[in-house]
Design a protein around this ligand. Structure first.
Ligand code: FAD
Length: 500
């Protein structure tokens, strides 16, 4: 069969998903493929995606963005992790940083040595050996790939940014590379009677756009994948019950923290995201356990600056599309599913799905093997992220409200139960291929929420007591010296990437 190349791609939606797709495709696909994006200012975007994970740096590199310009244009700050308050128990606090804790020794992960030291009477906290935690405590930041000549990796970081400015920034990028933007509301989607594929969309002003490949970035609604093609949604609310949020920006307060805060409340949790010009806040909650009024009241009572707008309500259902790619339509962003913003994974899912689509870029035959592989890979990534998020809720000791009792006692997915069981027994964390979250991430959340293993790997018994003591002390010393040499986070921004 001769290959029939795709000639026209139509992206429906200009939120973060639409513009990331447009930017990446305009950079990587041949210029012979015409790319158009339709968005409706009247409908608007969700626009609250303000916190990211380090993988976004790969997207920036692929696009060739200058990091300082990117941070300046989006009024961004740097992010080293998320501080979780009140999750394991009320009053508990831990940080899930993006970096490793300690450094490996004789081929074994650091935490096994820490567990051995504990078994021998040490009361040192795991995070005493975290470069990132110390940098967060001292509010310091500068990009650092490696710590001196040691085997310790440097600071892994991501960004907080203004999602509206981010979409505008990517729009300029994509338009400079030939993407055509059309303003207007799509009122009709036409299917091909023979193949059942999408043939064209029609705007309210009567204009019609045909294409070979349609990318549905229309948000929760799933205008193409759900409404036009009828692909269903797999609801995961039994594991991730939060289904609403109220968001409000407030004035920037000092100091400028290089991390997000996620503080658990009675029926959900509140985020705090520091930007250069303001702080983003939101309360994610489950409406079976509280009301929007009560959630808003809690949000406003827990701001650390003056609110700058009316609180904005949002509704969602956690879960995923039954198929992410169906016929000639690929859903990316909120139209493909939503896993709630606890670990800031949505923008990552957008970028990884866009790269997968580019890797598996079809021709007009839309082979079922290509579509099947895409759906398998994306589905697996969704499941792995879901398990990591569920861990935060399920591994709680809180029983003080109905919401937390539900989370503690719910039946977790089998895949998660196995992971928790293995760690509890042996301290071993097995990273599945394709899991976005590394061992260090699982470790910090499990220990941070008081899942303490009964054992550790026998290799940790190889060093003598003195060697172990010296190794642990040297890790602390190296971290201390590295963080001493870092600049203040706010100063680093002021000198390198301050917004005008
Ligand atoms: P949207 O932003 O909803 O954009 C949809 C687009 O489709 C718009 O341009 C709209 O105009 C267009 N459209 C819809 N219908 C039509 C039509 N009929 N005709 C024409 N155009 C149409 N992600 C993170 O990574 N980090 C976070 O910290 C984070 N926090 C979040 C907090 C909350 C409470 C929520 C709900 C989400 C959060 N997210 C976060 C997710 C993030 O906001 C989204 O993944 C991201 O904004 C992508 O959204 P989208 O582009 O898919 O959809």
């Amino acid at each position: 069969m001769t290959r029939q190349p795709i000639e026209r791609v139509l992206i429906v939606g200009g939120g973060t998903a639409g513009w990331i797709a447009a930017a990446a495709m305009s950079k990587l696909l041949p210029e012979s493929i015409g790319i158009e994006l339709i968005e409706s200012d009247a409908i608007g975007t969700v626009g609250v995606g303000e916190a990211t994970i380090p993988q976004i740096r790969r997207l920036n590199m692929m696009l060739g963005l200058d990091e300082a310009e990117f941070v300046r244009e989006t009024k961004g700050t740097f992010k080293l992790g998320i501080e979780f308050n009140n999750w394991g128990g009320k009053g508990d606090s831990y940080i899930h940083t993006f970096g490793d804790v300690g450094m490996p020794f004789a081929g074994l992960g650091f935490h096994h040595y820490w567990l051995r030291a504990r078994a021998e009477g040490s009361n040192a906290d795991l995070w005493q050996y975290s470069l990132h935690k110390k940098a967060c405590d001292e509010r310091k930041f500068a990009p650092m790939e490696r710590v001196g000549r040691t085997p310790m990796t440097g600071l892994a970081y991501a960004f907080h940014f203004d999602a509206g400015l981010y979409a505008k920034y990517l729009r300029r990028y994509a338009e400079q590379r030939g993407v055509i933007r059309t303003e207007g509301r799509i009122s009709k989607v036409e299917l091909d009677g023979e193949t059942g594929r999408i043939a064209s969309v029609t705007l309210e002003n009567g204009a019609t756009r045909a294409a070979d490949l349609f990318i549905d970035c229309s948000g929760f609604r799933g205008l193409l994948i759900g409404e036009a093609l009828g692909v269903g949604y797999r609801d995961w609310s039994q594991w991730l019950p939060c289904n609403r949020a109220v968001a409000v920006p407030c004035a920037r307060t000092e100091p400028l923290l290089p991390y997000t805060k996620a503080t658990a409340h009675d029926a959900g949790w509140q985020w705090r995201i520091p930007l250069q010009h303001r702080t983003g806040n939101g309360h994610v909650f489950c409406d079976s356990f509280t009301t929007e009024d009560a959630a808003t009241e809690t949000l406003l009572a827990n701001l650390d600056g003056e609110p700058q707008a009316e609180p904005r309500p949002l509704r969602f259902t956690t879960g995923r599309r039954e198929a992410f790619w169906h016929k000639n339509c690929v859903s990316i962003g909120l139209s493909s599913g939503f896993l709630e913003p606890l670990e800031s994974t949505s923008i990552h899912l957008i970028q990884s799905n866009v790269s997968r689509l580019i890797e598996l870029f079809p021709d007009k035959s839309f082979r079922k093997e290509t579509i099947g592989e895409y759906n398998r890979l994306v589905g697996k990534e969704y499941e792995l992220i879901r398990d990591f998020l569920v861990l935060h809720y399920h591994q709680t000791q809180r029983e003080d409200t109905e919401f937390w009792r539900y989370c503690k006692n719910m039946e977790a997915p089998d895949s998660l139960k196995e992971k928790m069981g293995l760690f509890a027994a042996s301290g071993v964390i097995f990273r599945e291929a394709d899991d976005l979250f590394r061992e260090a991430s699982w470790l910090q959340v499990m220990i941070g929420q008081n899942l303490m293993p009964e054992g550790y790997h026998p290799m940790a018994d190889r060093p003598s007591k003195d060697q172990l003591r010296e190794f642990l002390a040297s890790v602390e010393r190296i971290i201390g010296q590295a963080v001493d040499a870092l600049p203040d986070h706010a100063d680093f921004i002021a000198q390198n990437c301050a917004a005008g």
